[in-house]
Design a protein around this ligand. Structure first.
Ligand code: NDP
Ligand code: 8X3
Length: 248
């Protein structure tokens, strides 16, 4: 199989690339950081094809995908993983341009790539789109505002893709992880403040990128008659808060 994984330069994406290649598949790994793509490519060898583009740059994204050599262009699985959270401020203090970047990456970028790839999948009547959503798309938390809303988009878009693709053999899955350590996620969210990022994971037996990679591989390896619609996974150490009352 040929698997395209967006955001393969770190975290979940990097680990998924490793896992799919260990299973004998070919992986197109994408990202903006050329040096990271090179390091991963050196490690993973000829089954890995590095593809440099920013998902918020539509022309660059389209060009990169359309210029894939023919031996790499027949994509069986698209994993829409590239994404980010920026900031944890309440709405009235948050930076609008952080919101704008989350929306253009997690929503518009994901939708744009899907639009390019899904058409070919429908023509071939096979394929699998795996979106990386989040528990933040279902459960609200203070400071999750626009990040959570982008993942709610991913949830509903995944369901609506399924609705449109009824009658084809193209599958769609939304993976919704809870707190996962060992990635750059919180470092990015707190804009390089690694001390702050570390405190998020302190004392928590968090999910690891290997767990996400294994879950995605499991979904993809199901018999073709089965579509896993949604997988929500959390660390045992993470759960739900009570509804809050503010007393005056
Ligand atoms: P990382 O920050 O480690 O990885 C994010 C990846 O996305 C990087 O490879 C980065 O590559 C890529 N990326 C970000 N912006 C762009 C862009 N504009 N264009 C192209 N690539 C981009 O985070 P995670 O591995 O933790 O996160 C992966 C996905 O999982 C995200 O969608 C995140 O929202 C989601 N998620 C994470 C959870 C967690 O707790 N860690 C839990 C639930 C969901 P580069 O910088 O090279 O462009
Ligand atoms: C990432 C998980 O709980 O930090 O999507 O929002 S969380």
């Amino acid at each position: 199989m040929i698997v395209m994984i967006t955001g393969a330069t770190s975290g979940f994406g990097e680990e998924m690339a490793r896992r799919f290649i260990a299973d004998g598949h070919k992986v197109i790994g994408t990202g903006r950081r050329e040096n990271r793509l090179k390091t991963i490519s050196d490690e993973l060898g000829s089954l890995f094809y590095p593809l440099l583009f920013d998902v918020t740059d539509h022309d660059g994204t389209q060009r990169a995908i359309l210029e894939l050599p023919s031996s790499w262009s027949d994509i069986d699985v698209l994993v829409n993983n590239a994404g980010l959270a920026l900031g944890l401020e309440p709405v009235h203090k948050a930076d609008f341009y952080d919101w704008d970047r989350m929306i253009s990456t997690n929503i518009t970028g994901l939708a744009f790539i899907t639009r390019i790839i899904v058409e070919e999948m429908v023509k071939k009547d096979k394929g699998h789109i795996v979106n990386i959503g989040s528990v933040a798309g279902t459960y609200p938390y203070p400071g999750g505002n626009v990040y959570g809303a982008t993942k709610a988009f991913v949830k509903q878009f995944s369901l609506n893709l399924r609705a449109d693709l009824t009658g084809t053999r193209v599958r769609v899955t939304n993976i919704e992880p809870g707190l996962c350590g060992g990635t750059e996620f919180s470092g990015v969210r707190f804009k390089g403040d690694l001390n702050k990022a570390e405190t998020v994971y302190k004392g928590v037996d968090y999910i690891k990128p290997e767990d996400i990679a294994e879950t995605v591989l499991w979904c993809v390896n199901q018999p073709t008659r089965i579509n896993i619609n949604n997988v929500e996974l959390m660390p045992v150490d993470q759960s739900f808060g009570a509804l809050t009352l503010s007393r005056r």
